[in-house]
Design a protein around this ligand. Structure first.
Ligand SMILES: [Zn+2]
Ligand SMILES: [Zn+2]
Length: 437
């Protein structure tokens, strides 16, 4: 049962309501009742017995949202399950996550969507949402049952893991999803250019003797998709570019936003923290898709964030078995498991160098991502679900993969020293995570 919670003395950051000051937050029956300078514990209009959480010296924010995670269920439960992924999510401060549908089999009808939701409810940790596949079997040919999936609560559609290649299928998908007011999210990659590439195409792929993925692969698909959005710009069409990674993508997004097209985008921590050079030791923990790019690309992504061109920060949490990641670079799977250390990484790469301040960061983890998928979350407005994250912005700690709730350890951040720790995660008025003392 959700309790009546009174969070006192914290510094509340609620970008949606332009709140950035010390105040109290009251949650009753799982919903936000009030945010005010001082809410008395006893008496007043809310006389119910309150559990008081003293948040002195802490940040109190709307529950964080990650709209791009892979929880691997069904099909690869040894890598992650909805239960283990959900536990990792709340430990990282995320009160809502969006699972990608490239499971085995992929999420492609309403029963699949309901399955993910049910598993999420049973886990009783974070709110678990899912996107549905755009095409049947994610084969890029025939549209999946998008209408039924939308009805069952899918928050958008993607064939993530690969890009949707066929232009006329993409055009139909955008039109069809818009009838249900859902977003189409794209893993922007042209297969004919990317080929069998395993890292960024350039100097390092040449000296390492590894096949490369040219940044043109991302640019080509993103450019094409934006042309389709332009053609369909009336109505409810919404397009989201997932994990953009290049200078040219930033330029395309900048132009699309200038033209007020319904185009959004997201960026991952690894594309901000690493360059292609990290692959020089053939360490498969740096094998991701899209690949780690050049210093110029990283700089462009940071600039885009500072400029307000990026709508959401996402982890693209992609857990894999150690045995798979121990394969040689050519054969190992793509992906980094980063959900559980995300906040510390964002602080390191965005707050410490002054690219964003705390309200700027929290915006890209709350109301920003909520807006991309169109869910009524990401703020502490009265009546909203009582999802709250309490953060100690000064706590320093070492990332230790052995403490992860996630089942996977394919994480290049092990032993990194970071600042900014999640203290408590409150979901629907229930404390679902508390940092060990
Ligand atoms: Zn992807
Ligand atoms: Zn992904």
């Amino acid at each position: 049962m959700p309790e009546t919670l009174l969070i006192t003395n914290g510094h509340v950051i609620d970008p949606a309501n332009h709140i950035d000051k010390k105040c109290d937050v009251l949650i009753i029956d799982g919903k936000v009742e009030e945010v005010a300078d001082h809410i008395p514990n006893k008496g007043g209009k809310n006389s119910a017995e309150k559990k008081v959480i003293d948040a002195s010296g802490k940040l109190v924010t709307p529950g964080l949202i990650d709209i791009h995670v892979h929880f691997r269920e069904p099909g690869d439960e040894e890598e992650e399950t909805i239960t283990s992924g959900s536990a990792a999510a709340v430990a990282a401060g995320f009160t809502s996550v969006v699972c990608m549908p490239n499971t085995k089999p992929p999420v492609e009808d309403e029963t699949d969507v309901e399955y993910i939701h049910r598993k999420g409810r049973q886990a009783r940790k974070t709110h678990v949402y899912t996107m549905g596949s755009i095409t049947k079997g994610q084969e890029g040919i025939e549209l999946a049952e998008m209408g039924f999936m939308a009805e069952a609560g899918a928050v958008g559609f993607t064939d993530d893991g690969r890009g949707l290649q066929n232009t006329s299928v993409m055009l139909k998908a955008l039109k069809y999803a818009s009838m249900f007011n859902k977003v189409i999210a794209q893993h922007c990659q042209d297969d004919t250019i990317a080929g069998e590439g395993v890292m960024n195409a350039g100097y390092f792929s040449t000296i390492l003797g590894l096949p490369g993925i040219d940044s043109l692969a991302e640019q080509a698909i993103l450019w094409r998709d934006i042309q389709l959005v332009k053609k369909l710009r009336n109505g409810n069409v919404r397009y989201h570019a997932q994990h953009i990674s290049t200078v040219s993508s930033v330029e395309l997004i900048r132009q699309a936003k200038k033209e007020s097209l319904p185009v959004t985008c997201e960026v991952t921590p690894h594309h901000l923290l690493f360059t292609e050079e990290m692959c020089a030791e053939y360490d498969t923990n740096y094998k991701v898709n899209p690949p780690l790019r050049t210093a110029a690309d990283v700089a462009a992504l940071k600039e885009a964030i500072a400029e307000g061109l990026v709508d959401a920060l996402v982890t693209d949490h992609a857990p894999h078995l150690q045995s798979e990641k121990e394969l040689e670079f050519l054969s190992a799977p793509f992906g980094i498991a980063s959900l559980e250390c995300a906040l510390g990484l964002y602080v390191k790469v965005l707050i410490e160098p002054g690219i964003l301040d705390w309200p700027g960061l929290i915006k890209l983890l709350t109301i920003g991502p909520a807006g991309v998928i169109g869910i009524d979350k990401g703020s502490l407005s009265k009546g909203k679900q009582g999802d709250v994250t309490i953060i100690d912005p000064k706590a320093e700690y070492k990332i230790d993969v052995n403490t992860f709730h996630s089942k996977s350890r394919n994480c290049p951040y092990n032993n990194w020293k970071v600042t900014g720790r999640v203290e408590k995660t409150i979901v629907g008025g229930e404390i679902r995570f508390e940092a060990p003392a």
